[in-house]
Unconditional design. Structure first.
Lengths: 257, 343
């Protein structure tokens, strides 16, 4: 579904990504984890075609250049870590932007329904008539998540969503709610690629993990095979112990000695 | 809110038409015949309406009213588009120096025109002034955007300061030109600095209309695009918005609008600041609504200001730039106060 070979990227002479091979299958929830400065966000940027110059990335067997721009935005979407916090519009109008690829001048009934559904999924529907600028950080973030979910609400098969640290600023309830929604989204044959920081949530929800350090992929496998005491202690440079999660038998990481 | 756009447009159009009719009556000259008689006299042979009536109606009042409508609209739309592109309500043609750039080149064309003319094709002589003004505004706009924006983020201080720099350069060159210019050119130059619709004619209106129709074809539907660009340019790209192409179109066509307006009416400031500001108070920054509405309300503002400027001290005139500055400067201060924290 998404395939990139030998991806390298340098910015101002500084090597950020080196020789990364990446592939994502349909129906998978894939997490990119690693310490600060590992190149996680840059990799996500590159994979989602923000830099617009990589010919060695294939999305559904086509390079991004071969895609029609308008069509592409109905197949893939991205939630960015740095969103603008000053948008003088109503919350409903910000979310409606997710439907811009679908209507010319006037949103259709379907567009409004998709917006409403997405807002309920991220729990911001009750804020729809509020000024976006008056919301808290976590609420703003959920508005943008709703916008991105609304963007991919269509009948197309095997869609792709990128999320760069979608759980920042969110409380426990909303962290789980967002991850459960994304999980549901992937169970319909779609793919999600997320940058996450919380390894325990990663272990619980993701099907596959890319563990990065220093611009390289150190390990790529199911969380069970990667989250071992040796690998995590070495990559994060911090001692840890791994338990078995009593609820779902997934690995559970306890940091410290 | 999206559905009511056509309603708002209709209401403001009615307002504009009403104002235009009132404005036709205002002035020193009193018509002998009624408007319906004058209008029908243009179509019927041998009517008893006097030639003076016809002349004042068509060539003096109506042509000036139409010019006010066209230039007001052009200035307000270019202000709104620039604010969308720079993502800041202070980005208007006058504050960031585009008007100054345009009048600078226009002034050069007036004074040096006689020397340049032999070297350019004959067909361009007539429009030399508007072309010079367009080139001036285009160069300034590209320069200011280059200086103040990097990675899609605008540094507001840099944006305003580069406007100050271009305006200062404009003043210096203008002073020099006034010093070396002959008396006839001097009158033309003073006119640029103050701004006036007194030079209205149907030929100018025709050129303005053509420029406006062409520019609006590309610009007026950009509401959704400008909304999405508030998310940030990368996020707009993920929504399928051609960000780079949009920015190029805005630079080109606002330069064209501002350049032509300056060439025909001199520097009339603040229209591009006042209208979007008022619309934002009501509709927030929803460009889908405020962009088309500013096209109509810019006309209302300038037509109103021009009617006042030529009637209050009749038969003399207050330069229209003074009136718009009286309205615009307090709004400029209001926006500054509001942005105090982020500047």
């Amino acid at each position: 579904m998404l395939k990139g070979q030998n991806i390298s990227y340098a910015h101002q002479g500084f090597k950020i990504l080196s020789e990364i091979d990446f592939s994502a299958q349909k129906g998978k929830m894939i997490a990119i984890v690693g310490p600060n400065g590992a190149g996680k966000s840059t990799l996500l940027s590159v994979l989602s075609n923000e830099l617009e110059k990589f010919d060695n990335i294939l999305f559904k067997e086509k390079t991004f250049k071969e895609w029609h721009k308008g069509e592409l935005s109905q197949h893939k979407a991205k939630f960015s870590q740095q969103y603008n916090s000053d948008i003088p519009l109503l919350v409903a109008d910000v979310t409606l932007m997710g439907r811009y690829p679908y209507f010319e001048n006037k949103p259709s009934e379907d567009d409004l329904k998709a917006v409403e559904k997405a807002m309920k999924e991220t729990d911001v529907f009750h804020l729809k008539d509020r000024d976006y600028n008056t919301l808290s950080g976590g609420e703003k973030q959920r508005v943008h998540l709703a916008r991105v979910l609304a963007q991919l609400d269509n009948d197309i098969q095997n869609k792709l969503i990128f999320l760069d640290e979608p759980l920042n600023n969110l409380d426990i309830y909303h962290q789980y709610k967002i991850l459960e929604n994304i999980k549901k989204f992937t169970q319909k044959g779609n793919t999600a690629i997320l940058v996450l920081h919380d390894l325990n949530l990663t272990a619980r929800f993701s099907d596959e993990v890319f563990l990065m350090k220093g611009g390289k992929v150190v390990a790529n496998d199911a969380p069970l095979n990667i989250f071992t005491k040796e690998i995590i202690t070495e990559v994060y440079n911090f001692p840890c112990t791994i338990f078995e999660n009593p609820v779902d038998k997934k690995p559970m990481i306890f940091f410290g000695t | 809110m999206q559905n009511k756009l056509s309603l708002y447009i209709v209401i403001s159009l009615l307002l504009l038409i009403g104002l235009a009719i009132v404005s036709l009556y205002m002035g020193v000259y009193e018509f002998e015949s009624s408007f319906s008689e004058i209008i029908s006299s243009f179509f019927v042979q041998d009517s008893d309406v006097s030639q003076t009536d016809q002349y004042v109606f068509l060539d003096i009042r109506l042509s000036r009213i139409v010019m006010a409508i066209l230039i007001g609209s052009a200035l307000a739309v270019s202000g709104t588009c620039l604010q969308g592109m720079f993502k800041n309500p202070l980005a208007t043609p006058d504050l960031i120096g585009i008007t100054a750039g345009a009048s600078l080149f226009a002034a050069i064309a007036i004074v040096l025109g006689a020397y340049i003319k032999p070297y350019i094709p004959e067909a361009m002589h007539f429009s030399l002034l508007s072309i010079a003004a367009f080139v001036g505004s285009f160069i300034t706009m590209s320069l200011v955007y280059r200086i103040s924006t990097s990675n899609g983020k605008t540094n507001v201080v840099m944006m305003l300061l580069s406007g100050v720099a271009v305006t200062a350069l404009g003043f210096a060159v203008m002073g020099l030109l006034i010093y070396i210019s002959k008396e006839e050119q001097l009158r033309d130059l003073t006119f640029w600095n103050l701004g006036s619709l007194g030079g209205a004619s149907w030929t100018k209106n025709g050129i303005l209309l053509a420029v406006i129709l062409l520019s609006y074809y590309f610009l007026i539907g950009k509401g959704k695009t400008l909304n999405a660009m508030m998310l940030g340019e990368r996020d707009a790209m993920h929504l399928g918005i051609p960000v780079e192409r949009t920015k190029k179109q805005i630079v080109l066509f606002t330069a064209l609008l501002v350049g032509t307006s300056v060439a025909f009416a001199g520097t009339i400031g603040f229209v591009g600041l006042i209208i979007p500001y008022i619309l934002r108070l009501i509709f927030k920054s929803n460009y889908y609504i405020i962009l088309p509405l500013s096209a109509v309300l810019g006309s209302v503002l300038l037509l109103g200001a021009d009617t006042i400027s030529r009637t209050v001290v009749a038969p003399s005139e207050i330069p229209i730039g003074i009136l718009t500055a009286f309205m615009g400067a307090p709004i400029f201060i209001a926006i500054l106060l509001k942005q105090k924290r982020s500047l």
